[in-house]
Ligand binder design. Structure first.
Ligand code: S3P
Length: 166
């Protein structure tokens, strides 16, 4: 059984995947993204899974994929923004070097502008993002060993901040 160097959590638009790639390159490891694992495993897009199985079905699948990834991957892991909603997934993260990328609405909006691949954020982006973040902030904090603000920082700067905390 392996253990990841870092597990990045945070809301959509926090830059988790970009930071994971940069951090992996700097640490001589690889990045793994659990949303990509889900798409590869099922042969379906995240939007299709939500449409066919609803959010509960997606969270079950995500739980399986995150559980496997934390056992198998020794590099940097980026989780989907809602992974922490599943109590079993929070349990799987216990004791791991989990980093919460704490982001504000304006940064998230800038990163995700024109991208409609997130079923929970297709309409009324600002209000829904703020609602998700308010519900999930305590969950991110409950699993995080380290909190890194992304506010006004480039993914490279965020990767440096995370690196210095590992
Ligand atoms: C979700 C975030 C997405 C993806 C799915 C659900 C969420 O990942 O897992 O659309 O519930 O916030 P990102 O955080 O990478 O956008």
């Amino acid at each position: 059984m392996r253990s990841p160097l870092a597990v990045l959590v945070g809301p959509p638009g926090a830059g988790k995947s970009s930071v994971a790639e940069i951090l992996a390159a700097r640490t001589g490891t690889t990045a793994r993204d659990t949303d990509q694992d889900i798409v590869r495993l099922t042969g379906r897009s995240i939007g299709q899974i939500f449409a066919e199985q609803g959010e509960p079905g997606f969270r079950c699948l995500e739980h399986e994929v995150v559980s496997a990834a934390v056992r198998e991957h020794s590099g940097v892991l980026a989780l989907g923004g809602g992974a922490v909603v599943h109590p079993g997934t929070r349990e799987v993260l216990r004791g791991l070097p989990v980093v919460f990328l704490d982001t504000g609405l304006s940064d998230a909006e800038q990163r995700l502008r024109g991208n409609d691949s997130r079923p929970l954020l297709r309409e009324d982006f600002s209000r829904r993002w703020l609602t998700l973040m308010a519900e999930r902030r305590p969950l991110y904090l409950s699993v995080a060993r380290v909190v890194v603000s992304t506010q006004g920082r480039t993914p490279q700067q965020v990767a440096s901040a995370v690196h210095s905390e590992l």
